[in-house]
Ligand binder design. Structure first.
Ligand code: 3Y8
Ligand code: NAP
Length: 248
C-alpha cells in the first residue's frame, strides 16, 4: 500500500491531496508553516521544516514513506533540492507535480528579469504605481526603490509594517480572478505589475488583468531546479503511483 508524502503549498498539491482522499491512497500533505492558517486538507497534514536534507531523509525512513511528490511552488528551490537529495538517500521514488511556466500571448507587455534583484534594478527611474504581487518574503528588497508607490498583497497581516515608505497593503489569499484583479489594479491606479513566473492558474489573474489594461509586467524567471521527473497534472501522479507500485 502506498504512503505518499506530498510537499505542498500550491493548488496542485491540494488537488492531489483531494484525489488521494477520493482514491483511498494514504497521504500526508506537508506545509512549511509560512502562513497562519493553511487551507484544511482531506488528508493528514504536517506543518514545519524537516531540518534539512538529513531531517527529510530521516522522516522518509521513520514514516515509511513509499512515494515522495514535490508539489511545492516553482520558486521553492531549496525544498525541491532537498527533496531530490533525500529521496535518493532514502531510496524513495520522487516525482515533481509542477506547472509549466507562463508564456506571453498577444497583448502581453512582459519584461523578463532573472530574479528578485533583477526586478529591483529594473525599477530604477521616476516614481510609478507598482503592484508587487510577490507575497511577503521578498518585499524588503524593494526598499532600494522607495520612489514608487507600491500595492502589496500578503496572505497574512504582517506583524510590522513593510519597509516601503509609500504602500497600500491588501491581505488576501488566492486563487484570484481576472475581474477582481482588474478592479483592484484600476482602483489603485497601478501602471506596472511585478510577478513571479509561478505558472498555473492561481496566480495568473494579475497577468490577465495587466493584459486587459495594456499594462507592462516585470516577470521574474524561475530559479534553477535540480533534474527530476516532472508531471503537470494529478492524473499523471496517480498513473505513476500505479506503475511505481508494480515496480515498472
Ligand atoms: C503556505 C498555503 C491551495 C494553494 C493556494 C498556487 C496558488 C493561491 C497565488 C498574488 C500572488 C505568492 C504567494 C501565491 C499564490 C496559491 C496557493 C498561491 C502568490 C498559500 C499557502 C502558503 C503560501 C505561502 C506563500 C508565500 C508567498 C506565496 C503569496 C495556505 C496561501 C506571492 C507566490 O506571507 C507569506 O510569507 C507568504 C509566503 C511563500 C511567496 C512569498 O515569497 O511571499 N505563497 N501560500 C505554504 C507553506 O507553509 O508551506 O495558507 O493555505 C498557498 C497558495 N498561494 O491550497 O489552494 O498554487 O500558487 N502565494 C507567487 O506565485 O508569486 C500570490 O498575490 O497575485
Ligand atoms: P524554500 O525556500 O524552497 O524552502 C526553505 C525551507 O522551508 C526548506 O528547506 C524547508 O525547511 C522548508 N519548507 C519549504 N517547503 C516546505 C514544505 N512544503 N513542507 C515542509 N517544509 C518546507 O521554500 P519557500 O519558497 O519558502 O516555500 C515555502 C512554502 O510556500 C512551500 O510550501 C511552497 O510551496 C509555498 N509557496 C512558496 C512560494 C514562493 O514564491 N517561494 C509561492 C507559493 C507557495 P527544512 O530545510 O527545515 O526542511
Amino acid at each position: 500500500m502506498p504512503h505518499l508524502l506530498i510537499l505542498g503549498g500550491t493548488s496542485e498539491a491540494s488537488a492531489l491531496a483531494a484525489a488521494c482522499a477520493a482514491h483511498g491512497v494514504a497521504a500526508t500533505l506537508s506545509y512549511a508553516g509560512r502562513t497562519k492558517a493553511p487551507a484544511a486538507q482531506p488528508v493528514a497534514v504536517r506543518i514545519g521544516g524537516f531540518g534539512g536534507v538529513a531531517g527529510l531523509t530521516e522522516h522518509l525512513r521513520r514514516e515509511r514513506v513509499t512515494h515522495l511528490v514535490d508539489a511545492t511552488h516553482p520558486f521553492a528551490a531549496q525544498m525541491s533540492g532537498h527533496a531530490v537529495a533525500a529521496a535518493a538517500a532514502a531510496a524513495v521514488p520522487l516525482l515533481a507535480l509542477t506547472r509549466p511556466a507562463w508564456v506571453a500571448q498577444a497583448g502581453d507587455r512582459w519584461t523578463h528579469v532573472p530574479d528578485i534583484a533583477g526586478a529591483v534594478a529594473a525599477l530604477d527611474g521616476p516614481a510609478r504605481r507598482v503592484m508587487l504581487a510577490l507575497g511577503r518574503m521578498h518585499v524588503d528588497a524593494f526598499a532600494a526603490q522607495p520612489q514608487h508607490h507600491y500595492l502589496l498583497r500578503f496572505v497574512d497581516r504582517p506583524d510590522r509594517p513593510p519597509a516601503l515608505p509609500q504602500h497600500d497593503l491588501v491581505v488576501d489569499r488566492g486563487p484570484f480572478t481576472p475581474a477582481a484583479d482588474r478592479a483592484l489594479i484600476a482602483r489603485h491606479g497601478i501602471d506596472l505589475v511585478v510577478a513571479k513566473n509561478a505558472g498555473g492558474s492561481g496566480a495568473a489573474a494579475k497577468l490577465a488583468a495587466a493584459r486587459d489594461l495594456a499594462l507592462p509586467v516585470l516577470l521574474i524567471d524561475r530559479p534553477m531546479l535540480p533534474a527530476r521527473a516532472e508531471v503537470h497534472d494529478v492524473a499523471a501522479v496517480l498513473t505513476w503511483l500505479g506503475h511505481a507500485e508494480r515496480g515498472v
